[in-house]
Ligand binder design. Structure first.
Ligand code: ADP
Length: 585
């Protein structure tokens, strides 16, 4: 019974018809029925046909000349007529066979054609992509030489070869009860005690309820236990995002291969080019300015005076030690650094800042804040806690407080890019970069009333690295705050570039960082999990890498813009190669 209830796995081939086509197998032709090889039979009958025709015509001409009636037929003429008829029938049949074969083969050739087209397109793309410079030097990265043609061509997707979950009869009953509403979908994990099976049942129920197929959203190949109660509720599968590598990125004398999860063509290639320019120029220097996660509850009093009393109390250095002891009880890693208050009438916003070790720290800081609020209730019993977060924190929203005060890790990263590297690798000049930076990232953003957006595309790099390494991608809002500065140095020969990012919110423990794929990406960077040397060292290093990758991205995109390459490279790498209408159909 127990065995029956468990989800079983078996190869998908047995479940779905697949279009596997082998060169060796396939295609019995009508001509295979002939005793001789086709070309030999053809030669024999063609010869026979024309010989018979020639023989008969010459004989008949002779008869006409000698006035012999044509009806008088000799023995040799009878043989010639028979040979003519036989070869005529064969030749008629031959063209018939060819016609029939072309009909039989048409469906298969269409399958091949689609593959061949792709292969041809691939070859063309590879040829077009072939470069004379090493990868990273220009946007168009060279590809390895073409592999020899595979002996077997298959239309089947690699994904289909994975085992798939097969639902049992008992699963079918549960699906029906979920569809009927008698079993809540959210309760499947706790009821079944098998997260994978719960996801499979929920998925099937969802498809039936909505009438929409989830084909393409994989279910198998994911550890659903690892997300339970921590990362995602009511899972029905997982979305695949490709991970590309930019680098090596040389920061503070150390090389990093930067994983970027993205579906935006050009992004990794562009960042890679920036990494190359930085590397050839001796690397970048990334400096951590501060490290502190914030949480700001909103509390309300009967009068503004009472709110002001609490503000003064909290900001009095004499009270800080007591409050820090209370706050720090919540965690081994959370250490209170300060409290900044803002008043709005009777309402007070208390912005707590604390270190959080290697965790991004939102949970940690919230627990500490709750401890302090409970403690304050003794001296301020008239204080109403309206919300543990009053948006003065400020989490996942653009806010000047983060831009000015910082949140998470504040980092400045700089590099001097040599003039000849700017010309050879980035295909532009120091002068044009400096001018464009002033016009676009500084003046243009000022004209747009930007808040922390004095950069070309920091959020592109931040988000791709965040997704790859299990950060909260919603925090890209403030984490992407960045001002990019460029200046000509060394008598105008070289370029000084810097990115200043006051609120990079990253962790290497907790949240999505512990999931297998994300953890592998952190491992690649050498910052997986809790630092063994000192708490927080891994997450701080990750923040410096994020800033370094942003520096590379800024350098490359600004260069592409300065050189007028942007549209060209996007046409090449992004959407131009695919027929979108076909893809959607
Ligand atoms: P967050 O606060 O970022 O939401 P969590 O609270 O989910 O993260 O994860 C942090 C957890 O990891 C805490 O329970 C903490 O005690 C534990 N932990 C273990 N090692 C470390 C470390 N080096 N730095 C921070 N937290 C750590």
């Amino acid at each position: 019974m127990e065995a029956r209830r468990r989800s079983s796995t078996k190869p998908v081939q047995s479940l779905k018809p697949t279009k596997t086509v082998s060169v060796d197998e396939d295609l019995t032709k009508a001509s295979d029925a002939l005793p001789l090889p086709l070309h030999l039979s053809n030669a024999v009958f063609f010869t026979l046909f024309f010989s018979a025709v020639y023989f008969l015509l010459s004989h008949w001409r002779e008869k006409i000349r000698t006035s012999t009636p044509l009806s008088v037929v000799t023995y040799s003429e009878i043989i010639a007529i028979l040979a003519f008829v036989a070869s005529f029938i064969y030749l008629l049949g031959f063209f018939g066979i060819d016609f029939v074969q072309s009909l039989i083969l048409r469906p298969q050739t269409e399958v091949w054609n689609s593959e061949d087209d792709d292969e041809v397109a691939d070859v063309l793309l590879r040829k077009e992509d072939a470069r004379k410079v090493p990868c990273g030097q220009a946007l168009d990265c060279s590809l390895p030489p073409l592999p020899p043609p595979a002996p077997i061509v298959t239309v089947q997707k690699v994904l289909d070869e994975k085992p798939v979950t097969v639902l049992t009869e008992e699963d079918e009953e549960i699906i029906k009860s979920v569809v009927a509403g008698t079993t809540p979908s959210y309760s499947l994990e706790s009821k079944l005690g098998d997260c994978k099976r719960a996801a499979a049942i929920r998925r099937e129920a969802l498809q039936r309820l909505t009438g929409k197929s989830l084909e393409g959203l994989p279910l198998d190949g994911f550890d659903y236990e690892s997300i339970l109660g921590q990362c995602c509720e009511m899972p029905v599968g997982y979305v695949q995002i490709p991970v590309g590598i930019a680098g090596p990125l040389l920061i503070n004398g150390r090389e990093y291969s930067v994983p970027m999860a993205t579906t935006e063509g050009c992004l990794v290639a562009s960042t890679n080019r920036g990494c190359k320019a930085i590397h050839l120029s001796g690397g970048a220097t990334s400096t951590l300015l501060r490290d502190g996660m914030t949480r700001a509850p909103v509390v309300r009093f009967g009068t503004a005076k009472r709110a002001a009393d609490l503000k003064l109390y909290l900001e009095d250095p004499d009270n800080f030690d007591t409050l820090a002891v209370v706050f720090n009880r919540s965690s081994r890693f959370g250490r209170l650094q300060g409290i900044k208050c803002a008043i709005a009438g009777k309402n007070l916003y208390l912005r707590f800042t604390c270190t959080t070790g290697d965790a991004m720290g939102m949970n940690m800081v919230s627990k500490g804040v709750q401890n302090v609020l409970d403690f304050l209730q003794t001296d301020f019993p008239d204080m109403d806690v309206m919300g543990i977060s009053g948006n003065f924190c400020s989490d996942k929203k653009p806010a000047a407080v983060n831009w000015i005060e910082g949140r998470g890790k504040s980092v400045v990263c700089e590099a001097i890019i040599k003039g000849d590297i700017v010309r050879k690798v980035l295909k532009t000049t120091v002068e044009s970069l400096v001018e464009l930076n002033m016009l676009k990232n500084l003046t243009g953003s000022a004209m747009a009333g930007a808040l922390g957006g004095f950069n070309a595309h920091a959020s592109n790099i931040v988000t791709a690295v965040y997704i790859a390494t299990g950060q909260d991608p919603a925090q890209n809002v403030e984490s992407s705050h960045c001002i990019t500065m460029m200046e000509a140095v060394n008598d105008g020969q070289d370029l000084h570039i810097s990115v200043t990012m006051p609120s990079i919110e990253v962790g290497t423990v907790g949240g999505g960082t512990q999931l297998a794929s994300q953890s592998a990406c952190l491992n690649l960077l050498g910052v997986k999990g809790a630092s063994k040397e000192s708490a927080g060292a891994n997450s701080r290093m990750l923040a410096t890498v994020v800033a370094g990758a942003v520096l590379a991205g800024e350098l490359s995109l600004m260069s592409a813009l300065a050189a007028g390459q942007l549209v060209k490279s996007h046409m090449k790498y992004n959407r131009s190669n695919k027929d979108v209408s076909k893809a959607s159909s």
